[in-house]
Write a protein that binds this ligand. Structure first.
Ligand code: ADP
Length: 652
């Protein structure tokens, strides 16, 4: 994602909500001084980095709180940034409610204000024990009817909402968090699609050609029902080789076979799994069309093509907006224009069925108000995965030797598998539940993808704390994560030079909007003029990293990596300064879930569609099987979200 970083560094303006809230509580008079009056700046760690606040005190009150700097996910963090400072000032306490779904940001704001309280000589203890925020009271029960009810306001749910509304349906969407976006808005935003127009600018390299030719040696009989697809692909490859073209080859069949091989895995119990042929075909055939649909809705894609980590082929696209904000922003704007009713802070509890048909949803609002939603045509489940539900992860995992409850996650805290539980209760079949994707390169403490610096997959070099490589950095994510987990404390470093880091200049930001200088200051990224300097900072044996990078540069020259079999290389690492980002695997994507067909209809254990019930996105299973290719998730949620919305709108 090197290009992504470079452009994003310029284009990205971190959604820095600066909020000044002035105490409206009456100022107590005649009380003993509690604070040294004045304005103080304090900070604390949030989900993606440091959150900084400015707090003004009178002698007896917290007068105002302002969030003046943060790198939290735009959109998702907004409710916490708006509500927590206001609540602290209004209630004159640190014991305020955290905003559900934005817990880490909320806590960071509270901790940063506590930091200011200390500086002002106040008692954090007293302010923490003082009674907290207002009590919430449930309102009168709400009942609504629509053609289509959608549960979940991430990428899949919003795509379904827009598509159902475009088909003429009256749509209500409920979202349990106070903001739309789910995991989608936090995702890197990588979107895989075969795209001859943009891909024609990409040259075929020797390693890619080697990868392509390797398909010719695979027997069709060995890939089961994918045999006819492989046969077509072989014909395409032979025609391409005969043409002598030096432009990148790509086809839907190549994307299908890579998704198949990328997902074909055996778990610890010996169960083999691979993507279901027709679902994989639907994904790969429709991802270019869904991209065009998004463009027609007003989401601009960049012309650059890259290979996001674990994507295996240069067909990754990015939008011009930071991370996943473009997808969510565009879809929610269109949903609003099309009259979709969106109810935030409304959590679905169970599905309503009548004679075997799903006819609605029972939900509860954050204040306890009961909601009943009736759906005359269908309900679309789009609640995402269960990556943030440690107990559920441990219950289903059959792929990793251990799945500690404490393992961090890249996921939004709302990814708790609710839709899978609700679906199972009405007879939905669950598939591939044991297969959970770990994101190899996550922040070792927060589990976030943010807070680091690196370029496209081919240019990344992974070393352990001894300065030694341990894996082919261009491999699938499970191979990378498995390699990483074998290193001391599961920790490794991504090494870049100035070029492969995207040539960051002072004040530059990475693709998540993190200020790179701040990352370096906080030791989220290490920077040194020489590799020897990096070795010293990282306490690696003297000479180790230097020797390893010299060896790696030799492999780059030769285009062959005899140790780990890397085949696709970026530039050599020669130009200081050099950078190291500490990383560790964290839970990223739960591949299993509700069984669906190509129309996004939910299937029961006999493979029969459950009337009135549709699902899309990470809540479903069967597509990515044992390992999802990087860049296939956003394509999946857009393709199947769009289908689910149209199917539900058309349901009788
Ligand atoms: P996908 O990528 O499949 O769209 P996301 O994680 O982006 O998945 O979005 C799923 C959304 O569903 C999240 O915003 C999450 O808060 C929401 N959600 C999860 N469980 C519920 C529930 N019980 N009721 C309403 N919304 C839910």
């Amino acid at each position: 994602m090197k290009r992504f970083f470079r452009t994003a560094a310029i284009a990205l303006t971190c959604a820095l909500a600066v909020l000044a809230l002035v105490a409206c509580a009456s100022q107590p008079t005649g009380e003993a001084a509690m604070f040294k009056a004045g304005t103080y700046t304090g900070s604390a760690a949030g989900k993606n980095g440091t959150v900084t606040v400015k707090t003004t005190f009178t002698a007896t009150a917290i007068k105002s709180v302002e969030v003046i700097k943060h790198g939290e996910t735009p959109g998702i963090s907004d409710p916490a940034i708006a509500r927590v400072p206001a609540s602290i000032v209004k209630n004159q306490t640190l014991a305020v409610d955290v905003v559900s779904g934005v817990t880490l940001t909320s806590k960071a704001i509270i901790d940063a204000v506590a930091d200011c309280v200390k500086q002002a000589g106040g008692s954090v203890d007293k302010l923490q024990t003082k009674a907290g925020a207002e009590k919430k009271t449930a309102g009168a029960a709400i009942e609504k009817s629509a053609d289509v009810v959608i549960v979940g306001g991430g990428g899949a749910g919003l795509a379904a909402a827009v598509s159902a509304a475009q088909s003429g349906a009256k749509v209500v969407l409920i979202e349990k968090a106070p903001a739309l976006g789910g995991n989608t808005i936090r995702a890197g935003g990588a979107y895989n699609a075969v795209d001859p127009d943009r891909q024609k600018a990409v040259k075929m390299t020797k390693p890619l050609l080697g990868d392509l030719k390797s398909f010719l040696g695979i027997s069709e009989a060995s890939v089961g029902e994918f045999g006819p697809t492989l046969k077509i692909l072989k014909g395409q490859i032979n025609a391409y080789l005969a043409s002598g073209s030096d432009t990148l080859f790509d086809s839907v069949e190549l994307h299908m076979m890579q998704t198949y091989f990328g997902g074909k895995r055996v778990d610890l119990k010996g169960n083999e799994i691979h993507g279901e042929l027709e679902l994989v075909r639907t994904l790969t055939t429709n991802s270019p069309k869904a991209m065009q649909w998004l463009e027609s809705l007003g989401l601009p894609f960049k012309n650059d093509i890259s290979t996001v980590l674990g994507a295996l082929w240069p067909r990754t696209h990015g939008t011009t907006k930071p991370v996943g904000t473009g997808f969510i922003g565009t879809l929610s704007d269109n949903a609003a224009k099309l009259g979709v009713e969106i109810m935030l802070e409304t959590k679905a509890d169970e599905l309503i069925t009548q004679k075997g048909r799903v006819v609605g949803v029972k939900a509860t609002k954050a204040d306890g108000t009961k909601v009943t939603l009736k759906a005359s045509r269908g309900v679309v489940m789009a609640t995402g995965g269960f990556g943030a539900n440690p107990e559920m992860r441990a219950k289903y995992n059959t792929y990793w030797p251990s799945m500690p409850l404490t393992m961090p996650t890249t996921n939004a805290p709302t990814a708790t598998g609710d839709g899978i539980v609700m679906g199972e209760k009405v007879g939905a079949n669950l598939v591939g539940m044991g297969f959970i994707q770990l994101m190899p390169s996550s922040h070792p403490v927060t589990g976030s993808l943010a807070g680091g610096l690196w370029g496209s997959a081919e240019s990344q070099v992974f070393v352990n704390s001894q300065g030694k490589r341990f894996v082919n950095e261009y491999a699938e994510r499970d191979v990378l994560a498995s390699g990483a987990l074998k290193q001391e404390k599961g920790l490794f470093y991504i090494i870049c030079d100035q070029v492969t880091a995207g040539n960051p200049q002072p004040g530059a930001k990475n693709g998540w909007g993190d200020d790179i200088d701040t990352l370096i200051k906080n030791h989220d990224v290490y920077k040194a003029d020489t590799l020897a300097g990096l070795e010293q900072q990282l306490k690696m044996p003297a000479g180790s990293l230097q020797a390893e990078i010299a060896k790696y540069n030799g492999y780059t020259d030769a285009g062959v990596d005899p140790e780990f079999g890397k085949r696709n290389f970026g530039p050599k690492l020669t130009q200081g300064p050099f950078y190291a980002t500490p990383r560790s695997p964290s839970v990223h994507h739960t591949m299993g879930g509700i069984a669906i067909d190509t129309q996004a209809r939910v299937l029961d254990a006999k493979g029969q569609a459950i009337p009135g019930f549709f699902a899309a996105g990470e809540v479903t299973g069967g597509i990515h099987a044992g390992n999802r290719l990087g860049g296939n998730a956003i394509a999946d949620i857009m393709v199947f979200g769009r289908i689910a919305g149209a199917s539900a709108a058309a349901a009788k």
